[in-house]
Design a protein around this ligand. Structure first.
Ligand code: ATP
Ligand code: MG
Length: 561
């Protein structure tokens, strides 16, 4: 009994504040025990890791409490929206491992929202304002100074109704008229000072075409859409906290029962060394400062996927940072840690040589080829092993050899011994150089008794290096990524254009790399650990002749001080 109690307490302790709210609502029997959430992206860009935080919560709550989560495209502004974004959003949610119950579009509610606006006009709770945006802004007042009434505020309902029709028929140019809710120009909540609820836009909508010219504002569409669908818990980020009273006000005008969706706000995900605003991300794409929305340096889900970040790693990271009521900025190295942890458990270890130089084992028989046993993943026996070909000529990393080395250099230097991973211990005997003094070949002698299974296989040497047999290697291009921005919080550097803060070394392309033959059937997105270097995945730019790899993340955090 006691034990059971502590288990319950343990799980309660781990609930985030939103789960606590949901559990309370369930206990009180609210909404007949029904749990319904929604994820409401605006289809005006690709999803980024910040959206993943909202997705994990919206879908996670529904999963955990046996409810449903719908995908709703918040497509009330035709100017920036596009079907390409709709498709990518669906793909990214599926990739994260979530399933929506239904797909809805706010644009499906345009008629219902219109009817509701007409109702408000008839009730004297909305009016058409013919002032310019500047005039309206001037009358807003400040949080301590009440606003001024528009000269159109008390016009007859019939007049507003007639003009509202015209706003939608195409007769009224953009910016000439808006519909405003008539609430309270002296309210301490600025959102209550006769908010604009409809404006005119003449650009065709990606779904409704030219059917509408009057479009509802976010605040007039969001809560009502929640209500039409039967949402119980409407979860959004903290900046909407001040909108909540207005959200509730509209619902009170609309509802004909006790049912209300309830809005709860949580902190946004902000990451160091990147930007998360869709406007800025779009700018990077349009100005070709990155290769596209799926550039592996982008904080987009499609970019992270291409880079080799796994959905599980992203979900683990989001789990770890949690949900609070306070804005903060999360260290990207925490995300990288989660990626490393997941790939460590699942990625096959292979050999890849990024900056190759030839190592010749002068006492190894010419033409001889041996098969060495390699373990696929020491973390997971069930992943088995494979054979790797070994021969007289091997590719090794250029910096694994030094002709004159400092004391603690445990790699190849004349007279020194190292173990070739999965192979023999070899002793360096020298090198050849070109006229300019560049090393072109390294020489060593191998000790035949030191292969696995041989008498001296357990002999210890200080260094182990990786290698690829020259005649059993494949050509590869390797793309090394670093952080996209040079500063921790580009968005906070207000006096600078964010584009000036881009890291010029965020992409370094290495050509002429060599990888082991085993990778010849690797497909785009397949992930591997290049031993001693990092995690890499196959890029879709790979061709028959040259594999292209993205460095997902280095083995160690090189940014740690
Ligand atoms: P924009 O940059 O155009 O203002 P947005 O980032 O708010 O857009 P939406 O498509 O409106 O993007 O967002 C869909 C959902 O994702 C919303 O519920 C929003 O609160 C949430 N969301 C967006 N960015 C983040 C973030 N950084 N952290 C957590 N949730 C986010
Ligand atoms: Mg938004």
């Amino acid at each position: 009994m006691e034990k059971e109690q502590s288990v319950v307490e343990e799980s309660r302790k781990n609930l985030n504040f939103i789960e606590q709210i949901v559990e309370n609502d369930l206990k009180e029997g609210k909404n007949g025990g029904r749990i319904q959430t929604r994820f409401p992206p605006e289809p005006n860009g690709y999803l980024h890791i910040g959206h993943a935080k909202a997705i994990c919560l919206d879908f996670g709550i529904a999963e955990r409490y046996g409810g449903i989560c719908n995908l709703r495209f918040d497509d009330t502004n035709p100017v920036k929206e596009d079907m390409e974004y709709v498709d990518s959003i669906m793909e990214d949610i599926k990739w994260l491992g979530f399933h929506w119950e239904n797909v809805y579009y706010a644009s499906d509610y345009f008629k219902q929202l219109w009817d509701f606006a007409v109702q408000l006009i008839k009730e004297g709770k909305a009016y058409v304002d013919e002032q310019s945006a500047e005039e309206i802004a001037k009358q807003k007042g400040t949080p301590t100074i009440p606003g001024t009434h528009s000269p159109y505020r008390d016009r007859p309902s019939e007049e507003s109704l007639e003009l509202f029709e015209k706003m939608n028929s195409g007769e009224i140019p953009e910016g000439k008229m808006v519909l405003r809710a008539k609430i309270d120009m002296a309210s301490s909540n600025m959102h209550f000072r006769d908010p604009i609820i409809y404006r005119v836009i003449h650009i065709p909508h990606h779904r409704t075409g030219t059917q509408w010219k009057a479009y509802p504002m976010y605040d007039f569409a969001h809560g009502q859409s929640d209500y039409f669908e039967g949402v119980t818990h409407s979860l959004c980020t903290l900046e909407f906290e001040v909108h909540r009273p207005l959200y509730d006000w509209f619902l009170d005008q609309l509802a004909d029962s006790d049912y209300r969706p309830r809005q709860t706000e949580f902190n946004r995900l902000n990451l160091t060394y990147t930007v998360m605003s869709k406007r800025k991300l779009l700018q990077l794409v349009q100005e070709k400062l990155v290769s596209g929305w799926d550039d592996p340096r982008m904080p987009t889900l499609t970019g992270m996927r291409r880079r080799g970040y796994t959905a599980q790693a992203i979900r683990n990271f989001i789990d770890k940072i949690g949900y609070t009521k306070y804005e903060a900025i999360n260290d990207v190295s925490l995300l990288e840690h989660a990626v490393r942890e997941d790939l460590n458990a699942h990625a096959i270890r292979v050999s890849g040589v990024i900056d190759p130089i030839k190592l010749i084992l002068t006492n190894y028989p010419e033409g001889q080829v041996e098969e060495m046993e390699a373990i696929n993943n020491p973390e997971d026996e069930s992943m088995g092993g494979r054979k790797v070909k070994f021969s007289r000529e091997l590719w090794i990393e250029r910096d694994d050899f030094m002709e004159e080395a400092p004391k603690k250099y445990f790699r190849l230097t004349p007279g020194n011994e190292v173990r070739l991973k999965n192979g023999y211990i070899v002793k360096c005997t020298g090198c050849r150089k070109d006229e300019e003094g560049n090393v072109t070949e390294v020489y060593a002698e191998y000790d035949p008794m030191t292969k696995s299974g041989m008498p001296d296989s357990n002999r210890k040497v200080k260094g182990t290096i990786h290698w690829v047999s020259v005649s059993h290697s494949l050509d590869a291009e390797v793309r090394l990524y670093d952080r996209l921005f040079m500063v921790e919080d580009p968005a906070s550097e207000k006096e600078k254009d964010f584009r000036e803060l881009l890291n010029p070394d965020s992409l370094i392309v290495k050509k002429g790399c060599k990888v082991e033959e085993y990778l010849k059937d690797a497909k785009p997105l397949d992930s591997f650990q290049f031993q001693r270097i990092g995690y890499f995945n196959v890029d879709r730019d790979s061709t028959e002749d040259t594999l292209v790899f993205n460095r997902t993340v280095a083995l160690k955090d090189s940014w740690k001080k």
